[in-house]
Design a protein around this ligand. Structure first.
Ligand code: BG6
Length: 509
């Protein structure tokens, strides 16, 4: 009996065993950079270790180095052994090492691209990749146009030339503002067909972020109260204890709003607030997210409800850490923000009047990302006021990282003869409930690129809608220097005052 055909539009994650992609090449531009070493190469190793790379797979590095494949192999080996999620095993590594290839070239050098085009043809013979190739642009955004033009010139981006598929992966930042993002989107969509463009927001590859959809749409419990009748406010926090990690050149021209708010935080907000998609395929989910992003409203009083900060020197984990302005390569007197907190609204029937407080910052006390849905107080409490002083508002907290899981905070009677009610927590911990460990975000996303599954990649309209929110904030901040906060503390005072004025407080995650 033949097995029923699987629907290619169905999300592959809903099957227990992930699919293995077709034979293909993954070409990484900027393969000697930090992202490639810490995330991309280790993710490829992890996929290999899980048996998810096709026979004939090729990892092809392209960078401005006078290297042969030997040097690339030692870089890749070190990257995989230091940063892979799964155990580093010699036999697995041997198989991956055999799939490595390297081409030296600079982005403005036509010869390097001619050699790459020829190499891809050769790989059809030697590895049977049948014209299938994904190009990962792990390069500074300023180099995108040059690289894309070269790919168009050599017809590398055109999947009708050799048959098979050609895909491109674009790392954030997608532009610097709405205008530049439109130009970039226009260029990428001209060189590749829009369905072959994968814009990476690695937060969408995190297990807990996807669990948000399971939590909301696989249960009866939460959805009926997921609206302005029951929800008081939502707090989305992405805190980091690290500083800028030697990335001054990039970070100082971006700042926290462009680096994180425009993408990771707005995506988390969209998933938290969106309506149920008609199905779990890429188009249906993205359609719902776009509606939310288009419905976001900015606060009227930007001075008080859109706060940015910059860290000053301070103490973290017993160590003295320098001020942002004293970090290596940060320009003197820079007014780039390392912290942002903003109060957004969503103008829909479901959410009108519910503030969404978003915050992110570097050099905060600890690394934690969470989404906290804070519910309204019970309309009436039949207890003495003195018995409920330690009763807060119910909260559902999705812990994205670390300690992935979900916490429900609610009131409970304190044991004893008095009727005292106090907040308690009920916890779901991934580590305790499941034996499988979660794939790394990049591992999942690279596999999806090779499989051609767009579900976890923002569409260009989402990028555009996000810049619509960010541009007015940046314009306002251009004339308002950031407030200082001490490294190791929870951000500038203005952010606390913003919530105090609304009669609320930030959660201490
Ligand atoms: C990146 C930002 O997108 O996300 C970095 O550019 C940030 O500034 C990083 O440190 C955080 O990612 P994660 O997965 O460690 O939370």
């Amino acid at each position: 009996m033949s097995r029923p055909e699987t629907n290619p539009l169905r999300d592959p994650r809903d099957r227990r065993l992930p699919r293995v992609p077709d034979p293909c090449a993954l070409v990484v531009f900027g393969v000697t950079g930090d992202l490639a070493r810490k995330k991309l190469i280790p993710a490829v190793y992890d996929l290999g270790n899980r048996g998810l790379l096709p026979p004939g797979f090729v990892l092809l590095g392209f960078a401005r180095r006078d290297w042969g494949v030997g040097e690339f192999e030692s870089l890749a080996r070190e990257a995989a052994s230091q940063h892979s999620r799964t155990e580093f095993r010699e036999d697995v590594w041997r198989r991956i090492a055999d799939s490595l290839s390297f081409l030296p070239g600079s982005f403005d050098d036509p010869e390097g691209f001619d050699a790459l085009a020829a190499k891809l043809v050769e790989l059809e013979e030697t590895h049977g990749i049948k014209g299938n190739a994904a190009f990962y642009l792990s390069i500074p955004p300023a180099a995108f146009p040059t690289v894309l033009e070269q790919m168009a010139r050599t017809e590398m981006s055109d999947n009708s030339v050799r048959g098979g598929w050609r895909r491109v992966v674009v790392e954030k930042p997608f532009g610097h503002d709405q205008q530049s993002a439109r130009e970039l989107n226009e260029l990428v969509d001209r060189v590749f067909t829009p369905n072959d463009v994968f814009r990476i927001d690695h937060y969408l590859g995190k297990e807990t972020v996807q669990n948000l959809l399971a939590l909301r749409f696989a249960n009866t419990l939460f959805e009926p109260i997921w609206n302005s009748h029951f929800v008081d406010s939502v707090q989305i926090t992405m805190a980091e204890d690290v500083g800028i990690d030697g990335r001054a050149a990039f970070y100082d021209s971006a700042g926290a709003a462009r680096d994180v708010l425009q993408n990771h935080l707005l995506q988390l907000l969209a998933l938290t607030a969106m309506e149920e998609p008609v199905s779990f395929d890429a188009e249906a989910i993205r359609t719902e997210k776009i509606k939310v992003l288009n419905a976001i409203s900015l606060p009227r009083d930007l001075e008080h409800d859109a706060i940015r900060g910059q860290y000053d020197q301070g103490w973290l984990a017993g160590q003295r850490v320098p001020a942002y302005l004293d970090e290596k390569d940060v320009p003197k007197g820079s007014t780039t923000e390392t912290y942002v907190a903003v109060r957004l609204g969503i103008e829909t029937r479901r959410w009108a009047g519910v503030p969404f407080y978003l915050r992110t910052g570097k050099r905060l006390p600890r690394r934690v990302t969470e989404i906290a849905v804070v519910f309204k107080k019970a309309p009436h409490l039949p207890f003495d006021a003195t018995d409920t002083v330690e009763l807060g508002q119910n909260q559902l907290v999705v812990r994205v990282q670390p300690d992935e899981g979900v916490t429900l905070r609610f009131g409970s009677k304190v044991p004893g003869s008095a009727m005292e009610v106090r907040d308690v927590s009920m916890d779901f911990l991934y580590g305790a409930s499941f034996t499988e460990s979660s794939p790394e975000a990049y591992e999942r996303l690279i596999l999806d690129v090779l499989l051609g599954d767009q579900t976890l990649f923002p569409r260009n309209e989402e990028v555009d809608a996000s810049w619509r929110v960010i541009d007015p904030l940046e314009e306002f901040w251009a004339t308002h220097p950031p407030e200082k906060y001490r490294a190791g503390e929870w951000g500038p005072r203005g952010a606390d005052e913003m919530l105090t004025r609304d009669g609320r407080v930030w959660r201490r995650p």
